[in-house]
Each structure stands twice: as C-alpha cells, then as structure tokens.
Design a protein around this ligand. Structure first.
Ligand code: SF4
Length: 336
C-alpha cells in the first residue's frame, strides 16, 4: 500500500506521515511551493520539507504551482483570509496536485497533518469537506492526527490503514503533538522564514497595489515584491528601494530589461528599481527617494544615474531628498 503525504516540514505533517509509516505503509512526501513561500528560492524545494524527509527516510516530490496559483490569489472562489491568503482555494489546488501525483505513482490515498479546528480558515469541518470535494478526493484524505473525530475514510473502511491506531486531536493546542513527537522521536522543522507571505499585512498590501494598477499578477512582479521598500510613484510606475546590501543584491537579480535602475553617483545609497512606464517626473521622484535613503540625505542636491535594465546609462538626474511628508502616502503597505 502506498500513500502520498502532504509535508510542510512542520510538526503536524511530519507526525502524520510518521504515524502512517509506522503502520508499514509506503509514503512519498509531497510539497507544493509557490512564489509566495517566504523561504523558497526560485524552483527550489522548501528547506523545512527537505529536512523532514531526511528524518523520515522517505522521498520528496516538489511541485512549483506559481503559474496556476496567481489567478487564484487575484480572485479566489472562496475568498481571502485576513491578508491576501486564499487558504481554501490554495488547499484545493494543493490537494488537486497531490491527487495527480498519487495517480501518477499508483498510490491509493492522501495523508495530511491537518487537525480539526486548528486553523480558522482551512481546518474547519465544513472547509475540509469543501476541499475534499473540490479536489476530487472525497473519502481519500486520511488525517492521522484527528481521524478519530472525522468520518471514516475509504482507506480506513477498506482496512488499508488501521483506524484504531490513528488519533483524535482537535483544536489549536500543541501539547498532544509535542508529547507524541517526543514519543516518536520526531522533530519540528518549521519554515525558518515564517511560511506564507500572503498572510503578511504589508506584503498583502503590495499584492493589492499590483492588482489595482496592473490588473493582475505576474511572476516577475511578485518576485520584486519580496525585497526592499516599495513606493507607488504614479498609476503607471512604482519603485523598489533596497534597505540593505543584501536587499540591493536581491533587487539586482530581479531587474528586467524594461526596468529603470537608479544609483547615486559616488555616494553610498540604495539600488532603486523602477518598474512600469515611468514619466520623467516619476523618475525624478524615484531619484529623490533614493537620495532620501542614502548618505546624501542632508545634501542640498545629489547626482543619480539612471540606467535601463540591461545596464545602459540613459541619463543623470540631480535632485534633493524627498520630504518625508510627501513620501509617506507613496509607501505601499505602510512603514517598512
Ligand atoms: S497560509 Fe498561505 S500557503 Fe497556507 S493555505 Fe493559506 S494561502 Fe496557502
């Protein structure tokens, strides 16, 4: 008997897979990543999931679903959570992908670390039912941590897995999972960067701004959202300004040929990437923001070189630092 186990690397999913493995069932771990995962470099797998599979001694399948996920973030059928997180639709996509993989490798069911009542949006009984139905997995999702309080699934009814050995944990407490982890010698490897950016207030506001002004989300724009301070220059252009050397390096990697890139002349300052279709006034504004965050902040004027995204110098601007009061309403997502 073979199952596909959804694995985030956190304690619950690791424990759930371990409980199934203990029953002698083969499990292949499955991890869906998107551009909104906080710790996942482009096309790489989640580091927490990688660590967890090493501990469990099983294989890991990683699927990057960003392309399909973007229209879901824009307009989720089941709505957003407190930020731009479309948790129900996200889970439906993830389970759907896991089902495809289950069929591909000839596995018989899906295992997850969900706990009834643990998460307000996606782990309510009615939400779990919706996810099962809409992912086409009705009766084929086994939740080893809370199976005892759920309707028996097909694998339990058919005796593929022993329901008696599954648990009845509910709610948001973690005590039972922690003592079980000690018993099974399983460790918690939560995402070091905190997981899903769509639950973050500032990041969510950046996503909303992008949808409002561009009409939709594109991967390259989402990648830019992950670094620097962001400012709306005009309906047609925005600027991302590096806060640290590391962020300047990140922004550098995300420059598109159509971008404008600003740097101060001979003075330490941030890398500023202007995206969209900026007017001369937009570029002057962006230059004055770059000066505001540089060592030339108190100078009356400073020189800023404007290049295109391939490195060709276009022109040089001479501007003063922008006034903080003028800058404040331009910030996307508040103070960062
Ligand atoms: S928190 Fe993010 S990754 Fe998790 S279900 Fe919600 S949208 Fe998906």
């Amino acid at each position: 008997m073979k199952a596909v186990g959804l694995l985030s690397g956190g304690l619950d999913s690791t424990l759930a897979l371990k409980l199934v493995l203990e029953q002698g069932i083969e499990v292949v771990a499955f991890n869906m990543v998107t551009a909104f995962c906080n710790c996942t470099p482009r096309d790489a797998s989640c580091s927490a999931a990688r660590t967890a599979v090493r501990q469990l001694g099983i294989d890991l399948k990683v699927v990057n679903a960003t392309e399909e996920y973007l229209p879901i973030v824009e307009n989720p059928k089941h709505g957003h959570g407190s930020g731009m997180n479309p948790c129900l639709d996200c889970r439906i996509l993830m389970f759907g992908k896991a089902k495809e993989y289950m069929e591909e490798i000839g596995a018989s069911f899906i295992v997850t670390g969900e706990v009834l009542g643990q998460r307000p949006m996606s782990q309510r009984r009615d939400a779990m039912r919706v996810i099962e139905r809409e992912s086409g997995l009705d009766g084929y999702i086994v939740r080893p941590l809370c199976a005892g309080v759920m309707k028996p699934t097909v694998p339990e009814r058919e005796g593929w897995i022993d329901r008696e050995k599954l648990l009845s944990i509910t709610g948001r407490g973690r005590k039972e999972q922690i003592s079980l982890a000690e018993e099974l010698e399983v460790y918690d490897y939560p995402c070091p960067a905190g997981g899903c950016l769509l639950t973050d207030k500032v990041f969510s506001e950046r996503v909303r701004d992008l949808i409002r002004h561009k009409g939709g989300l594109e991967i390259e724009d989402v990648r830019l959202l992950k670094a620097g301070r962001h400012f709306r220059l005009s309906p047609r252009a925005k600027a991302a300004v590096g806060r640290t050397e590391a962020e300047n390096a990140l922004l550098e990697q995300r420059i598109l040929p159509t971008d404008r890139v600003l740097k101060l002349v001979d003075i330490e300052g941030p890398l500023t990437v202007v995206r969209g279709d900026p007017s001369t006034a937009d570029l002057e504004l962006a230059a004055s923001i770059a000066v505001r965050y540089s060592k030339a902040r108190t100078e009356s004027l400073a020189g800023v070189v404007c290049r295109d995204g391939t490195g060709n110098v276009l022109h040089e601007l001479t501007v003063a630092a922008i006034d903080d009061e003028v800058l404040a309403p331009m910030r996307i997502g508040g103070v960062t």
